[in-house]
Design a binder for this molecule. Structure first.
Ligand code: ARG
Length: 471
């Protein structure tokens, strides 16, 4: 079979070169977007009088036929035709004859492939906002069920101050909110049309780029034709945003792995999200969070891969840029998998409230509160810190916790202690004393949940609107 660009050549392409340079094995994933872009392009060629309308109609019919062949899974993609663009053009010519060869008028694969990627990624960005929103919903529901669940809060992975478990979960809701906003913000840089840039310099045909943009739902067109075909920032930005999401999921994964260990026993993951051991019958392994944690590595790798590909590339298109695809597709799949699994895993996670409470009762995470108690009685904080440090040391040496001490024992360290210290030290009191905006007091967390639910509704409205616009 001859090449679409074969005219200048006298020899056949080396078989290994053909295999090495082809991208059809992976860029066939862009088939829908490629046809969508071609439909808009050819409509514009007709409107601008560049192609006769009867040719435009034949090409459009042919493209729709090719589309249905692909949708039915009956397309025979060929490495000889290199990539999705030429495979589709070849199939079109097979369907409608030589008139199909007019489709590529005023266009290059350079602006064509960039257009496909923009169309592809804007759909994915909307999808990810939707999936993040679902995960937030699952976290918020768990938070609502755990407003009164007190658990140790940690710094340095050492028990620090007690918090309500809902507060911990809502921290992730905030983190995923930033991820949602980053995705939403990136949409405006993705939703710009490169087509019309030609190979690099524009085209001699009197095309109407804005009309193509309008048909495809783009907000505008690239200002500069060189930039239009050289730009992969929008993909790097996506990979960076995806890396951040994976980093957040990985932190939550790490906590789930810890919490579900026998040492913690704070939560139990549903059987449906765990696997067993081939040798140790007692094992129930948290494979899903472990694998999400592990797959974070490949998503970072894809980001660094593309950053490195682009580094030092002269303008405009270079074949190196074909390397932008596999990492992007891999990241999309990895992130889809992680987010789809996480929401139900969070919803079905059993929270062991008693065990969490028991942990709080057996630690010194209320120590800051007695320091504050002495401060309220007039002692400078630094001295209060010293007094409580000694009190804690006494407890450790005598195998006691602060609530086990008699008032006389407290008096060895300061005469300022009175009977009301016992109320101050109760975990509920410790938590609810942090009644500051954004703090862990139950009423504050309740209000934070209310605010997060309102934001979640807004995100949902954005999703509904953009899900249609990005199709
Ligand atoms: N398969 C190519 C890619 O993905 C399409 C663009 C080819 N352009 C070219 N001038 N060879 O990058």
């Amino acid at each position: 079979m001859s090449k679409l660009w074969g005219g200048r050549f006298t020899k056949k392409t080396d078989q290994l070169v053909e295999e090495y340079t082809a991208s059809i094995m992976f860029d066939k994933e862009l088939a829908e977007e490629d046809i969508q872009g071609s439909m808009a392009h050819v409509t514009m060629l007709g409107k601008c009088g560049i192609l006769p309308l009867e040719d435009v109609e034949k090409i459009k019919d042919g493209l729709l036929k090719v589309q249905s062949i692909i949708r039915r899974g009956e397309m025979e993609f060929s490495i000889g035709d290199e990539d999705i663009h030429m495979n589709i053009e070849k199939a079109l010519i097979d369907e409608v004859g030589p008139v199909g060869g007019k489709l590529h008028t005023g266009r290059s694969r350079n602006d064509q492939v960039a257009t496909d990627m923009h169309l592809y990624l804007r759909k994915r960005v909307v999808e990810f906002v939707g999936l993040l929103n679902k995960l937030q919903e699952a976290l918020i529901e768990q938070a609502k069920a755990n407003l009164d669940t007190i658990v140790p809060g940690y710094t340095h992975l050492q028990r620090a101050q007690p918090i309500v478990f809902a507060h911990h979960l809502m921290a992730y809701v905030s983190m995923f909110q930033r991820d949602i906003e980053r995705m939403q913000d990136s949409y405006k840089r993705i939703n710009v049309l490169p087509l019309g840039a030609g190979a690099l310099a524009g085209t001699t045909f009197p095309i109407d780029r804005h009309f193509v943009a309008q048909q495809l739902g783009f907000d505008g067109v690239y200002e500069n034709s060189l930039d239009a075909v050289s730009d992969r920032d929008f993909i790097i930005e996506f990979l960076s945003n995806a890396s951040m999401i994976m980093m957040h999921l990985s932190r939550l994964s790490e906590e789930m792995v810890l919490w579900s260990s026998t040492e913690f026993r704070f939560v139990e993951l549903d059987d449906a999200f765990c696997t067993g051991s081939s040798i140790m019958p007692q094992k129930k392994n948290p494979d899903v969070p472990e694998l999400v944690r592990g797959k974070t590595g490949r998503v970072y790798g894809n980001l660094f891969g593309l950053l490195t590909v682009l580094k030092s590339l002269p303008l405009a298109y270079n074949k190196d840029m074909q390397e932008d695809k596999e990492g992007m597709f891999d990241t999309v799949r990895t992130l889809q998998g992680a987010l789809q699994l996480f929401a139900p895993m969070v919803s079905t996670m059993k929270v062991n409230k008693d065990r969490m409470r028991q942990a709080v009762n057996q630690d010194f995470s209320n120590a800051t509160d007695i320091a504050d108690y002495l401060v309220n009685k007039g002692l400078p904080f630094r001295q209060a810190h010293e007094v409580i440090g000694k009190t804690v040391l006494y407890c450790i040496q005598n195998q006691k916790f602060l609530l086990d001490l008699e008032l006389e024992e407290f008096h060895q360290f300061s005469k300022l202690f009175e009977q009301d210290i016992y109320a101050v030290l109760q975990p509920e009191q410790v938590v609810n004393a942090r009644n500051v905006y954004g703090g862990t007091a139950t009423n504050q967390v309740g209000e934070a949940i209310g605010r997060a639910e309102a934001v979640k509704e807004q995100t949902n409205a954005w999703f509904e609107q953009f899900a249609n616009a990005s199709k």
